[in-house]
Design a protein around this ligand. Structure first.
Ligand code: FAD
Length: 154
């Protein structure tokens, strides 16, 4: 992310559920999403991460307030997912996920940091998680992602 920091940096976390059609074909669907997200997000200075767990999406987005709003508005119309719910949003002093215009990570049993952040539960429903737990979870995912060399999308 090489663009100058916007004066009004915002961060938001939301969750959603893949539709049955998307879930039946999840890997290519996530790849398509990431391919368009990287380009679109780069253009408007948005950064973030997408976690895919058990048919749920949990995403964090950071960027200038209006760019974030229009990115989320577009995402919310996407028919590949449903039941969108904003978990937390607000002004941010700095980017916590600035390494990626977007990247995705799918939970694997070996992802101990993620499983630990889920309280050891691999069968989970993000509806049960508090906003601070979701934030901790995605920060753990970011740590894992930074350790993955070369950077992997899935
Ligand atoms: P295209 O990718 O060409 O899509 C054009 C239209 O077709 C859009 O309305 C799109 O929603 C729809 N579409 C595309 N492929 C399919 C498909 N296989 N099935 C049904 N409809 C389809 N976009 C971002 O820019 N940044 C993000 O961070 C981001 N995160 C996302 C996270 C999730 C969980 C999901 C489901 C989508 C996300 N997207 C994101 C994608 C976003 O919803 C739009 O699809 C995308 O921004 C549109 O990109 P585009 O303008 O290049 O159009």
């Amino acid at each position: 992310m090489m663009k100058p920091e916007p004066a009004t940096l915002h961060r938001m976390f939301y969750r959603s559920r893949a539709t049955a059609a998307a879930e039946s074909n999840l890997d290519p669907v996530v790849e398509q999403i990431i391919n368009s997200s990287i380009i679109n997000n780069y253009t408007v200075g948005v950064t973030g991460l997408l976690l895919v767990v058990k048919g749920y999406f949990i995403q964090v987005l950071e960027g200038e307030t209006n760019e974030l709003r229009s990115t989320y508005a577009r995402i919310s119309l996407d028919r590949r997912h449903q039941d969108l719910h904003i978990i937390a949003q607000g002004p941010a002093e700095e980017r916590l996920f600035g390494d990626w215009n977007m990247c995705a990570r799918t939970l694997k049993p070996s992802d101990r940091l993620i499983v630990d952040a889920l309280g050891g539960r691999e069968n989970f429903n993000p509806k049960d998680m508090s906003a601070p737990s979701i934030e901790r979870l995605l920060l753990n995912v970011a740590t894992l992602q930074r350790r993955s060399l070369p950077a992997e999308y899935l």
